[in-house]
Design a protein. Structure first.
Length: 83
């Protein structure tokens, strides 16, 4: 039983570390490109998208890497991991 718990903990830790590093290797996108980022996010989110003004303020507050993550996203689930 001890070995199973250890294996599960190790697997979860490895998955978490991989997930964090996988989400941080995006090409940076400058704040000046927030218009493109907002349009892309609206396209992915469809009817679930907040207002353009709200998305713009979130974009301006985000880091270059987070904006790059949004631009690299093609699905809602991927987009959710960017924030």
């Amino acid at each position: 039983m001890f070995n199973v718990k250890t294996t599960i903990k190790t697997t979860l830790l490895a998955t978490t570390v991989f997930g964090l590093t996988a989400c941080s290797d995006y090409d940076p996108v400058a704040e000046s490109d927030c218009g493109k980022v907002v349009s892309h996010a609206q396209k992915i989110l469809g009817a679930l998208a907040p207002s353009a003004g709200e998305l713009m303020s979130q974009c301006k507050a985000a880091s270059d890497s987070e904006r790059g993550c949004v631009m690299a996203s093609t699905k809602k689930g991927q987009l959710a991991q960017c924030l």
